[in-house]
Write a protein of this length. Sequence first.
Length: 445
Amino acid sequence: MNFNKEDFINQIRTAGIVGAGGAGFPAYIKAKSNAEIVILNAAECEPLIKKDQVLFDLYPEEVLDGMRVLMKSVGADKGIIGIKRKHEKLVEKLEKLTNNTDISVFKLGDFYPAGDEFCLVYETTKRVIPPGKIPLDVGCVVNNVETVYNIYLSSKNPVVEKFITVAGCVKKPSTFKLPIGTSYKEAIELCGGFTIKNHVAIDGGPMMGKVVTDFDTPISKTSSAIIVLPENHPLIKKKNQTIAQFLRIGKSACDQCSYCTEFCPRYMLGHPIQPHKAMRSLLFNQSAAKIHEEYSLLCSECSLCSLYSCPEGLNPKEVCVKSKSNLRELKINYKNSSLSSIANDVHPLREYRKVPVKKLIRKLGLCDYDNPAPYMDFDYTPQKVKILLLQHIGVPSRPVVKKGDVVKKGDIIGKTEENELGVPVHSSIDGSVSEVNAKYIEITG
Ligand code: SF4
Ligand code: SF4
C-alpha cells in the first residue's frame, strides 16, 4: 500500500499520540520532520521502572512495525534500538527480528541517564547534539518504545490505555496497562494495596518524578510509574525540600568541590553547564548572580547532581531550576547568554564517569524496593475516569462534550485547533460525561 505522509501525520495526531516516556511532546511534530536515523529509546534508565521492557517483550513485532512506519515518514534509511545489554533475552529476540534489516540493536550499559536523548544519541551514533539544539540537528529523531507502539496502533485505536509500573511499598509490584484516567488508588489496589500506613508516591521515576500525596490523581498519557514510599524516606524528604531550605543550606554548605559538575551528563558531553557555578550564584546579589546562574541554562533536570554526586547532600539541580527561572524573568536564554558560543569536546573521562544504576539505587536508599514487577493482565475497567485536558506539551484540549453526553471508548472528548500545538483527548471507557471543568472531563461508566 502507498504511504501518504500527510495522512499518517493526521492519523497519529487524531489518535492523540504524545511522548509516552514522560515528556508528552506531540508525536506528529517529530513525524513531520526529515531525518537520517530513527532511534528507539528503550533505555528505561530510571530505577525501578519496567514498563518499556515489559511492553517491548510483549509486542516486539508491533513496535518494530511502528518504528518502520515512522522511518518512512521522516525518510530515515536507518533505525537504531537503544536498549540496555542487561535485558539479555529481549535483546536476543530483537537481534533475531532485526537481523539483516534496516534496524539495528545498540546495547547500552546500565547507567543513568542512558535514556536522556542527548546521551542516547551520542551512545548510539557518536553524534553530539550541540548545546541548545535537538536530536534533529544531528539528523536523528528519538521516540520512546510506548510512543512507537501507540503509532503502530494508531490506524485502529487512539491512545486510551497506558502501561505503568507500580512499585515500592505495595503487596505485589506489577507492570500493567490501565485505561487513562484511572486513579492511582485503583492502580495500587490492583497490586494488593499498600504495605505501610504513612505512604506517599513518586509519580514517575525516583530521579525525575514528583511526590504525589493525592491518590485520586488520574493516570495520564505520560504516567510511567507509581513508586510508593514511606513519607519519611530520605528521598521523599529531599524532594520535599522547600526553595528557602535548599537555597539557605546551599549558600552555607557548598564548598565548591565541583563533583556536581564533574558527573553532570550534559557537562560530560561538552556543554557549558556547570552546576557548581550555579551554586556560587547563591553568594551574590541579583546582577552579580546572573553570570553564575547562566551555567544552569542547559540543565536537563536529571537530578544526578542532587541525588547522587554532591557529597554534602545539597540540591544543585533545584538551584539550577531556580536560576533558570530567574533568568527567564530577565528574558535570558541560552542563545542570548554569554555562554552561547561555547561548545567543548566530549570529556575524555566520560566513559568512566557514567553512574551505574545499581550504585544509584543504593545511594537513593531504594535497595529494598528493587524487586521484579512482572506483567499482569488485569483487564480492569474502572467505574469512573478523569481525563486530563492537558497531557502533552502545548495547548490544553478544549472539551467538545458536555455533562450528560453519552460517549464510547475512543471518542474524542477534547481537542485543540488545527494551528495549535496539541492533540485531542479521548474517552477511555464507555459511559456518560459526569463532570466537565477546566482541568478534566469525568466519565462514569
Ligand atoms: S557537589 Fe555539592 S558541595 Fe560540591 S560544588 Fe556541587 S553543590 Fe557544592
Ligand atoms: S540536574 Fe544536575 S546533573 Fe542533571 S543536567 Fe542538571 S546540573 Fe547536570
